[in-house]
Design a protein around this ligand. Structure first.
Ligand code: COA
Length: 322
């Protein structure tokens, strides 16, 4: 059975920068509070006429170029997003049309901030079972559109962006293992309680916004993302010192530091990019991976453990040999 390998990464952040000082003009908060509680200094916000698929397209083109491929080489497209352009068609189908790829399957997966891990898991299985040879896997979000900009508990934490990888079939590993979990009992702790089938009138009247029990989410995120690192190591008969890099979901520097401390992982093995773009949900892990690949922290042959955690709750990880 072949492996899937990451052969190219790409990322894109919208041009408009919204600093903590800018947010001080919107809600009762301070730059120092936001930095102390989240590590976030600024985030990117889409232009009025910019949508999730626009970000996905830019990140995808960079990943395709980095992989030395053409769009016509791609035979599977998966987009992880909770902020699709429209209810349907999927953002993956919109992206497919933009890239001029005709025929192969294109679909979205929705697992909020863990979405990219779910998408990677599915793409890996397509490749391992020889249903695809070259997959484009994207995490893309415009969370600024589902934030209540008068709610200081949430609006300071999130931003917009997209990240992408190209996975190719290979005799060499590759993705060594993937691990996914969900627990719907916690559905109310981090959610957008408005939708198309439920509370549609509210959506028409006032919009759909993220609500969150911050303290509870913090505790669960640290526990789940620490435990899944151990699960991933055990599945590969590896120890922590054999990982070159941990690329965790970029929600909050305090969550990331707490995971590192709990595991006993030195900070110089953890990729942290959250201060520059906040929590970009499904885009966070591929954006962080792309940055670390492009600045040569992550090198060919490195063992990289990626992991995410999001609303649902959902959480997942993958052990990758780059
Ligand atoms: N600016 C200033 N004060 C704020 C604030 C803001 N942006 N947001 C909340 N506060 C206030 C609260 O109202 C509270 O005031 P009170 O004590 O008068 O009620 C006080 O700060 C402390 O709030 P608390 O919730 O205890 O802070 P915290 O240390 O838990 O930090 C979060 C809040 C949201 C930063 C933290 O809980 C967190 O990071 N949670 C996880 C969020 C996350 O990553 N979600 C996505 C996961 S995918």
């Amino acid at each position: 059975m072949p492996f899937s390998r990451i052969i190219g990464t790409g990322g894109y952040l919208p041009e408009r920068v919204l600093t903590n000082t800018d947010i001080e003009n919107l809600v009762d908060t301070t730059d120092s509070w936001i930095i102390a509680r989240s590590g976030i200094r600024e985030r990117r916000i889409v232009a009025e006429d910019e949508f999730t698929c626009d970000l996905a397209e830019k990140a995808s083109r960079k990943a395709i170029q980095a992989a030395g491929k053409r769009p016509s080489d791609i035979d599977l497209i998966i987009v992880a997003t909770s902020t699709p352009d429209v209810v349907f068609p999927s953002t993956a189908c919109l992206l497919q049309e933009r890239l001029g790829i005709i025929g192969p399957p294109a679909f979205d997966v929705q697992a909020v901030c863990a979405g990219f891990l779910f998408a990677i898991d599915v793409a890996d299985k397509f490749i391992r079972t020889q249903s695809a040879k070259c997959a484009l896997v994207v995490g893309a979000e415009t969370f600024s559109r589902i934030l209540d900009w008068s709610d200081r508990r949430t609006c300071v934490l999130f931003g917009d962006g997209a990240g992408a990888v190209i996975l190719e079939s290979s005799d060499e590993p590759g993705i060594l293992s993937t691990h996914l979990h969900s627990d719907g009992r916690f559905k109310d702790l981090l959610c957008v309680p408005t939708g198309v089938s439920r509370n549609y009138q509210k959506l028409q009247d006032g919009g759909a916004y993220v609500t969150m029990e911050g303290g509870e989410v913090f505790r669960w995120a640290v526990t789940a993302m620490s435990d899944i690192v151990q699960e991933t190591l055990d599945a590969n008969s590896m120890t922590l010192d054999q990982i070159d890099w941990l690329v965790p979901h970029q929600a909050n520097s305090r969550i990331i530091s707490a995971i590192g401390k709990r595991l006993g992982l030195p900070v110089n093995k953890v990729v942290m990019t959250v201060e520059k773009h906040g929590n970009t949900s499904a885009a966070s892990v591929p954006l962080a991976l792309d940055e670390a690949v492009r600045d040569h922290r992550v090198k060919p042959g490195n063992f990289v453990l990626i992991e995410g955690f999001g609303g649902g709750f959902t959480w997942g990880s993958a052990m990758i040999k780059m």
